[in-house]
Write a protein that binds this ligand. Sequence first.
Ligand code: PEP
Ligand code: MN
Length: 338
Amino acid sequence: MLILMKADAPPDQVNAVMEKVREHGFRPLELPGQERTAIGVLGSNPIQLRDLVLSLPGVADAVPVSKPFKLVSREFHPQSSVVTVRDRSFGPPHFQVIAGPCSVESEAQLMAAAEAVKAAGATLLRGGAFKPRTSPYSFRGLGEAGLELLAKARDALGLPIVTEVLTTEEVPLVAGYADLLQVGARNCQNFGLLEAVGRTRKPILLKRGMSNTIEEWLLSAEYIVGQGNDDVILCERGIRTFEGFTRNTLDLGAVPVVKELSHLPVIVDPSHGSGHWWMVPPLARAAAAVGADGLLIEVHPAPDEALSDGAQSLNPVKFQHLMRELAPLLDTLGIRLG
Ligand code: PEP
Ligand code: MN
């Protein structure tokens, strides 16, 4: 429920309403607006509060919020949020390109990738140190040594780093290195992990689970924001469908839906969303056109030799080509890289 205060309601009336909400076991959230203050009421069924608060001084109206998610909804927060990662902003009118290898494999591989993506105009560097792999026999990442290499690349090149955290226990370790902490598709509904990253003060990149509806994905974001961490960036990375040609079906329609329902920034990952390197440029262009706030693209100095996701990775030349194609498109759309 959203309680709308009268435009001239003084702070003590706002406080009295907040207190009444608390008395009934719900969490009030003050939402100052340009014209008037609103109070969001968090809780599963606060509707019985409506009559009670309507009779309090200063209250103009109390309207039920139809969506199950509250903190991440546009109803609670009409303006689009801008999430800052070091000096990079995600959210209109900014556009960020996160690029780098699927996995950090060695210092030489990471530095080659990092230098190439920086030269082509990428604004953040990605690389997995803790990798979620379907088979336990696949390369599962270098662990902390990979995090150290990422930090070294950041220090050398000045690109903020994005890397995945797989488990709740590893949150302090990974958060100690990452500028943007990734929660991967497989962990989109790992609620303990979501709350643990919500307790950090690092921005979080929340990928959509491969079988999650948009509502489930936004409820996962609600778990993070509910812990006091407002800095969540959503990432559409494709979902499982009956289609077998592509690794996943990239749901570009999710971008305008998320923009309608939520104030959070949303980026698109056409690499995992397709599984084929040659599909990445057209899908990246489409993502920008459909309103995404950025891209996540896998780039490897030698995709044929990659220890993970080589088939969907661009080589440096192809990535540079894509960045050149994107520039006039972003201009036309009135958004700016960086
Ligand atoms: C990745 O970014 O390399 C990754 C494993 O992504 P996802 O969680 O989307 O599969
Ligand atoms: Mn990958």
